[in-house]
Design a protein around this ligand. Structure first.
Ligand SMILES: CC(C)(COP(=O)(O)OP(=O)(O)OC[C@H]1O[C@@H](n2cnc3c(N)ncnc32)[C@H](O)[C@@H]1OP(=O)(O)O)[C@@H](O)C(=O)NCCC(=O)NCCS
Length: 144
């Protein structure tokens, strides 16, 4: 089942992220939990896939209004599924749940940004129906 994150899930979230990225970011995940995991702000969602009490993955998303000149839309900031259960539909369930929350908030578009070389996440989002949108990311180095 997919449900809102609870305080006691944070260790599992940190564990999955550490496994996937090779970098433990304990303070970061605690601050993300404080910001997105309270359930007080309906436009913010931090959801976990719970299988018999074990957290198998998580997704974080938020409705943002008029940023970048865009009408309100849902943003998926991160989605992660623990490697041992991948390709069993957990990622799709998490994405569907966060999109259902966006629909309840009245938005009709979902967006995300991904690293160009991350073909796994690209394949996943493409399989779920996401395509190139009308916005493009730009950046520059701030080092002299
Ligand atoms: C991307 C990710 C969330 C997918 O989760 P998952 O539970 O394995 O996804 P699902 O089982 O729901 O797969 C749905 C579809 O995605 C695509 N997909 C998933 N894994 C794939 C793979 N290894 N190769 C190609 N396509 C893949 C398939 O089309 C799949 O549908 P199918 O099973 O009918 O073929 C998971 O692999 C993951 O957490 N990867 C690391 C994510 C990451 O880098 N996060 C940090 C940035 S946000």
């Amino acid at each position: 089942m997919v449900r809102p994150v609870r305080n006691e899930d944070i260790e599992a979230v940190i564990g999955i992220d550490t496994l996937v990225t090779g970098q433990e970011k304990r303070a970061y995940w605690r601050s993300v939990f404080r910001r997105y995991g309270t359930g007080l702000e309906s436009a913010s969602q931090f959801l976990v896939a719970d299988h018999g009490g074990e957290v198998l993955g998580f997704v974080i998303g938020e409705v943002r209004d008029w940023e970048f000149g865009s009408p309100p839309c849902g943003w998926v900031f991160v989605i992660n599924v623990t490697p041992k259960v991948r390709q069993t539909g957990v990622g799709a369930q998490l994405l569907e749940a966060v999109c259902a929350g966006f629909r309840r908030e009245g938005v009709r578009t979902v967006r995300t940004i991904l690293a160009r070389e991350n073909t796994l996440i690209l394949s996943f989002f493409r399989s779920q129906g996401m395509t190139t949108g009308p916005f493009i990311p730009l950046e520059m180095s701030l080092e002299s």
